[in-house]
Design a protein around this ligand. Structure first.
Ligand code: F0G
Length: 351
């Protein structure tokens, strides 16, 4: 049978009853791509895989949890959903609200989110509010508003978001035929590391897998509250998706790290951009900068002598590179401009 989306595919693992609608844009079922070139290029003796979540319907992993959160909002009779966002959650919320005929309100930092994400939320009919403040302030406002008014909060504080997102772990185990030794991923509001760890543990408990991976979370240096052990009041990073100073799922992220024997550490913006460019130019995978934090983490951990050799490593690539075209335009070499004649064109080619 053709693929039916996250809720139907994994309903035995999800909070689904006879009244829960199968809200889906056919999210999930994303490819697990084995790296061909990067291990040799960086001197890594391991099998390296990318879970390419940028291929979800709105271009990020958020769709896995959003279908579940919106389905439960519909089940509960809610008419309006709301979130704060660094961009991807707002794009996903807007899409699923449009699909399920709900109203959607998103709060974002004015000038702080990537162009593609803003465009998505706007064209998908959300009420987009740009505040003069950052994500942490936006989330605080959304929490206050949704406590008072009959509006469903769809940030990852909504437990149904985590439920949907955990399905990525199931897919990885099924695609790989085993559990990876290490799972690397970026950490922002810390919902995703929470969800992956929950998913790995549930699969293990149900006898679908024989062991658990080490969870390896990576924050940007200018937005690394968990690593530094205190909230960051003015987070800064070019990876705008993870520009968060006070993550909602902080405790769950630490639990995932500690229970799995993993690590939560940080990488610089330069390290993120190096990994971003490597992924695109050496694997043909265009992921957004925040996503590349996972590969930047692998490189950092390898350089530190963290791997023994021969491990299986999965990196989640959380969002598509087209979300943030400005970053690619700034980072890559510009096009060569020439007159329209063969001699001029051939003169610049090394052929
Ligand atoms: N990567 C991307 C592309 C993201 O958009 C996010 C979070 C993360 C990683 C981090 O995931 O928050 O679960 O730790 N984006 C949220 C948003 C905050 O509003 O789109 P997390």
């Amino acid at each position: 049978m053709a693929y039916q989306g996250v809720i139907k595919t994994y309903k035995e693992f999800l909070p689904v009853n006879e009244k829960t609608p199968y809200v889906t844009l056919l999210e999930g079922n994303t490819p697990l791509i084995q790296a061909r070139n990067i291990p040799a290029k960086i001197g890594l003796d391991a099998r390296l895989f990318f879970k390419y979540e940028g291929l979800n319907p709105t271009g990020s992993f958020k769709d896995r949890g959003m279908c579940m959160a919106v389905a439960k909002a519909v089940e509960d009779g809610s008419k309006v959903i709301m979130c704060a966002s660094t961009g991807n959650t707002s794009a996903s919320a807007a899409a699923y609200a449009a699909h399920a005929n709900l109203q959607c309100i998103v709060l974002v930092e004015g000038g702080g989110i990537a162009l593609g994400k803003l465009a998505q939320a706007m064209i998908q009919g959300a009420t987009v509010v740009e505040i003069d403040g950052n994500f942490d302030q936006a989330l605080k406002l959304v929490k206050e508003i949704t406590e008072i008014y009959p509006i469903t909060l769809v940030n990852s504080l909504n437990p149904f978001r985590i439920e949907g997102q955990k399905t990525a772990s199931f897919e990885i185990v099924d695609q790989l035929g085993e559990v990876p030794d290490y799972h690397f991923l970026p950490v922002g509001n810390a919902g995703n590391i929470t969800a992956y760890w929950k998913g790995y543990k549930e699969y293990y408990k149900h006898g679908k897998s024989q062991r658990l991976p080490k969870m390896m979370g990576w924050q940007a240096e200018g937005a690394a509250p968990i690593v530094r052990g205190e909230p960051v009041e003015k987070p800064q990073t070019i990876a705008t998706a993870i520009k968060i100073g006070n993550p909602a799922s902080w405790n769950f992220a630490e639990a995932a790290r500690d229970e799995s024997g993993g690590v939560i550490d940080m990488i610089s913006d330069d390290e993120i951009l190096t990994a971003y460019s490597l992924l695109a130019s050496h694997e043909g995978i265009f992921a957004e900068p925040a996503s590349a934090a996972s590969l930047a983490g692998v490189i950092k951990y390898k350089d530190r002598g963290g791997f023994k050799g021969g491990e299986t490593i999965v990196c989640t690539l959380t969002g598509h590179g087209l979300k943030d075209p400005d970053r690619a335009m700034k980072y890559a070499s510009p096009p060569i401009k020439l007159k329209a004649n063969i001699d001029d064109v051939m003169s610049v080619l090394n052929i």
